[in-house]
Design a binder for this molecule. Sequence first.
Ligand SMILES: [Fe+2]
Ligand SMILES: [Fe+2]
Length: 161
Amino acid sequence: MFERLNTPQEAYNYKLGAALKMEQTVLDMLDDNCEEAHDEQLRQLFRHHQAETRQQIANIEQAFALMGWDVDTSPCPAIEGLEKEGKANVKKTDDAIVDGVLLQGAAEVEHHEIGVYENLIITARAMGRPDVARLLEQNLEQERHTLREVLQAEERQAAML
Ligand SMILES: [Fe+2]
Ligand SMILES: [Fe+2]
């Protein structure tokens, strides 16, 4: 763990670690979402993205390896906040309308993940590491695809209100 970040490489190492922590947390959140969701299609969406998330974790670990760094996590309070808010919202919400709340939470998480990967990819390219950028582009594409699916499901739900 870094006390201070003094070089662009250290700053990148730290952010890559935060992305790893983010994905590990998302893996747990998707488990909870599967348990809470009522619609079978929605459960499948979360299950599918959970499998993708495992691949994303492997890609981040591979990015560490390509950089010659030990795999390590950094704090990611942003995802902890989203997890906390999502849980609180689900707890407050009647079962009959909880799927909509799960989708809204999922959309917010995907937006956050997209921002994280966009930053990491720009910096990887700037550091002359297209190999690392390519790995993270796979993750970014899965997040973007998932966000589209989540928003479409949200629209279908909203149309039934
Ligand atoms: Fe992810
Ligand atoms: Fe995601």
